[in-house]
Write a protein that binds this ligand. Sequence first.
Ligand SMILES: NC(=O)c1ccc[n+]([C@@H]2O[C@H](COP(=O)([O-])OP(=O)(O)OC[C@H]3O[C@@H](n4cnc5c(N)ncnc54)[C@H](O)[C@@H]3O)[C@@H](O)[C@H]2O)c1
Length: 411
Amino acid sequence: MSAVGSPTLFQEVVETEGHLIDSHIMERIFDTVVEYQARFEVEQFRIGRTNSDPSYLRLRVEAPSRESMASLLQQLLGLGCAPVDISDVTLSAIVRDRCAPEDFYSTTNHRTLIRHEGRWLEVEDQRMDALVVVEGQRAFCRRLRDLRAGDRVVVGMRGIRVAPEAKERDRLAFAFMSNGVSSERQVETAVRQTAALLRQTQAAGKKIVVVAGPVVVHTGGAEALARLIRHGWVQSVLSGNALGVHDIEAALYGTSLGVRLSDGRQEEHGHRNHMRAINAIYHAGGVRQAVESGRLKSGVLYECVRAGVPYVLAGSLRDDGPLPETITDMNEAQDAYARELRGAGLVLCLGSMLHSIATGNMSPSWVKLVCVDINPAVVTKVSDRGTGQAVGVVTDVGLFLESLAQTLVPA
Ligand SMILES: NC(=O)c1ccc[n+]([C@@H]2O[C@H](COP(=O)([O-])OP(=O)(O)OC[C@H]3O[C@@H](n4cnc5c(N)ncnc54)[C@H](O)[C@@H]3O)[C@@H](O)[C@H]2O)c1
């Protein structure tokens, strides 16, 4: 960073390459510079001549202070814009477990490369809000709580390249991927396009991960989800205690939170049923044992056990029971989610704000995320928390699942 001309101005030359125009990245770069009270001058701009050609931008930026330039560079890096003078990253050794130096580099969810000993290394386990630890010739995203004394972490902003995902260009099949949230679109279209995404993910050999809230059971969608699991469309289920409890309650007693799924009426003393469900699982020794002994004969978890599909139930302050399988240590639950998300190509979030945002935080930006919720604000929230690739389908999750299962597993 150098102060050129006026001693109060700090300058940098940054560059980026990619689908800058139709992904609106260029616009965001300019806006960001202005937002930080800095100025820019385009030194070079080369537009991609075909839809697969990348564009190239080289920009001189001037900021009023060293601090504002540092903050601006951090933002520009997230947009894929890195200083031209490429040097190796600066590494700093951790002295105490979980304590990072003040100027640590905090990751985005985009593909990231760092330059180390003259070579570009792709950062593994990409996720947002992590630090980058370098071990030999490999670099990893590591959460603050996982840092150990002796780890070498990236500090500052030199020698880092970030590649934001370009907007989906396959307009025919997945046009809705670029359309954000809308409640004014035909649900059938969204279902068809989601089904196409599932097929594409499966054909690419990637995992389809379902994140589901208890409303899936309340709205009668559990049977459709179970069918999708039975027919191999789901490789992992991430949820909380409530989905497990109500899924089992529905399987054993035909109610969800005491409401009869057959006619939507409150069953007499039905409020006991979710506690009876938890009790039954404790008697059996666990969900797997309940399936193996024949006590549990249907539902989402039943199909998971039968098909060998892993599921994670994360605990919360609201939980009843919880079920023996529910992971009540939140760090452990996060780790279990993160393990299941490895190798995911598509995450389908179904009526759970908490778990949808959590899953978005753990996923790299090239993993597609479809968020189905009755409330458009939830999808906006997922996107605003950094999961920009999330697309929303605003509808009742029970109807959506039924329609999706009919599309993929016709009766
Ligand atoms: N019995 C229990 O133990 C129990 C009960 C409830 C919740 N919990 C726990 O609390 C945590 C949060 O629960 P959550 O995921 O239900 O809450 P949440 O608030 O995170 O998400 C619920 C979401 O469902 C959406 N929704 C509501 N009706 C819908 C419909 N018909 N179609 C589509 N979307 C709809 C809402 O807009 C909301 O975004 C979880 O960990 C859960 O396990 C436990």
